[in-house]
Design a protein around this ligand. Structure first.
Ligand SMILES: [Zn+2]
Length: 425
């Protein structure tokens, strides 16, 4: 669990967000990305096909990035026995944010408020040796929080959260390097996604009883995070730590300047202790590992909300719900247009035809204004065989290209997952 990290720390609660042109809720509605229904309930958004496509591309990116960085993925259930959260400390320190327990066969089960306890059990599922460490366990999993109904809205204030989470189980000597590597993944992901961090925050405990005790361990965890930050400018802020340990929060700001936490890195001595986690060291003795909790993109809800606002719905090509729209000028070019879309789809691109029945060419181009690539096929192109007049979303017009050349160019850009739409020839 990352406490407030995928949520709303750092600022007042915004129950009255106004719908400006950047608002992800307004754009989400206009672009058909997600919605809510009173029968599903407040704070429980559903994802429409175009929104689900964006989310899927993002999840795939995260999984590939983690695999390359040595993470292994698991699945664990969104429910657990109340006792699990009593052991982890959530029941004592975080209960106000949890859904009430459900009675089931004489037991109480709880919608999980975090994935950490489940991953601790995955670690504990067999004996561990120092040779396996660092053991990096990742999951994009559901967790639930009982947000008050007054603050719910869009994708940013939700009761069901799907967190890009991971826990690195390592020796104390490895913890700072693992935290630093996680910060590297975060920086790289932000660059790929076109996200700019507003600031790095070192979130420390504050007054009040929500934190576990153990001043020596808090100091030690804080020192390791400071070491991991290694030259990155940051601001220490009291009262924003997780209940079990300090954390680095990578803050983002929305168009109105409101700040929230997207990515986090935390160092935790508490949960390994509570779950009795051990590994056999080179000395043959049992030792306690450290848990580094980290999230690269935070929750998919918050990440997509931010991406919608940052890009104003005009996503980088690799994330765009529709990457290529093919526009036959008249019905005579219809066959050629569908042929191009079939080839694009076979190559793994997301393409569609917007034919004359959808209006004038000008109206169809305007309707496709968020689509990165448009291929117009008129009589001249059709006469030239496999040609299309190519126009980019940003106004550039590379001109007439063969369908094969166009698809190769787009596929290259999509595979590169960069922000740039077109590579000069
Ligand atoms: Zn965690």
């Amino acid at each position: 669990m990352h406490d407030d990290d995928h949520g709303h720390s750092g600022g007042p609660h915004h129950a009255h967000d106004h719908a400006d042109a950047h608002d992800h809720r307004r754009l989400g509605r206009e672009l058909g990305l997600f919605g809510t229904d009173p029968l599903m309930g407040a704070g429980l958004p559903y994802w429409l096909p175009d929104g689900a496509t964006v989310r899927h591309a993002l999840e795939e990116y995260v999984r590939e990035t983690e695999l390359r960085a040595g993470y292994r993925h698991v699945y664990s259930p969104a429910l657990g026995k109340r006792e699990l959260y009593e052991i982890s400390g959530h029941w004592e320190h975080y209960r106000d944010d949890m859904f009430p327990p459900m009675e089931l066969g004489g037991q109480e089960v709880v919608l999980r408020p975090s994935l950490c306890p489940h991953h601790a059990l995955v670690y504990r599922s067999r004996a561990r040796s120092y040779r396996e460490l660092p053991l990096r366990i990742a999951e994009l999993g559901a967790m639930y929080r009982s947000e008050p109904s007054g603050v719910l809205g869009g994708l940013t204030r939700v009761r069901a959260v799907h967190l890009n989470d991971a826990h690195v189980f390592c020796t104390p000597d490895q913890a700072a390097a693992e935290a630093r590597a996680a910060l590297g993944l975060i920086r790289r992901a932000h660059a790929d996604l076109g996200i700019e961090a507003a600031r790095y925050r070192l979130s420390l405990p504050g007054p009040g009883g929500k934190y576990v005790t153990g001043p020596r361990l808090w100091r030690r965890a804080t020192a390791l995070l400071e070491e991991a930050l290694d030259g990155v400018p940051y601001e220490p802020v009291e009262g924003e730590a997780a209940f079990y340990g300090p954390k680095i929060d990578v803050q983002i700001a929305d168009a109105a300047g409101r700040e929230s936490t997207l990515s986090t890195v935390q160092i935790d001595f508490h949960q390994p202790e509570r779950f009795g986690l051990r590994y056999t060291g080179p000395d043959g003795e049992k030792h306690q590992p450290v848990m580094v909790h980290r999230s690269v993109i935070g929750s998919v809800e918050r990440a997509v909300a931010h991406l919608i606002e940052v890009h104003r719905g005009a996503f980088p090509a690799w994330l765009a719900p529709v990457q290529l729209v093919v526009l036959p000028v008249g019905e005579e070019q219809r066959e050629q247009a569908y042929g191009l879309v079939r080839r694009a789809t076979a190559q793994g691109l997301r393409a569609e035809v917007a034919g004359p029945r959808h209006g004038t060419l000008g109206a169809r181009v305007r309707a496709a204004r968020k689509v990165p690539y448009r291929a117009v096929i008129g009589a001249r192109e059709a006469a030239g065989g496999d040609l299309a007049d190519v126009r980019l979303r940003d106004g550039r017009r590379p001109g007439r290209l063969s369908g094969a050349e166009l698809l190769r160019r787009i596929t290259d850009r999509v595979r590169a997952r960069g922000p740039e739409l077109w590579e000069p020839a």
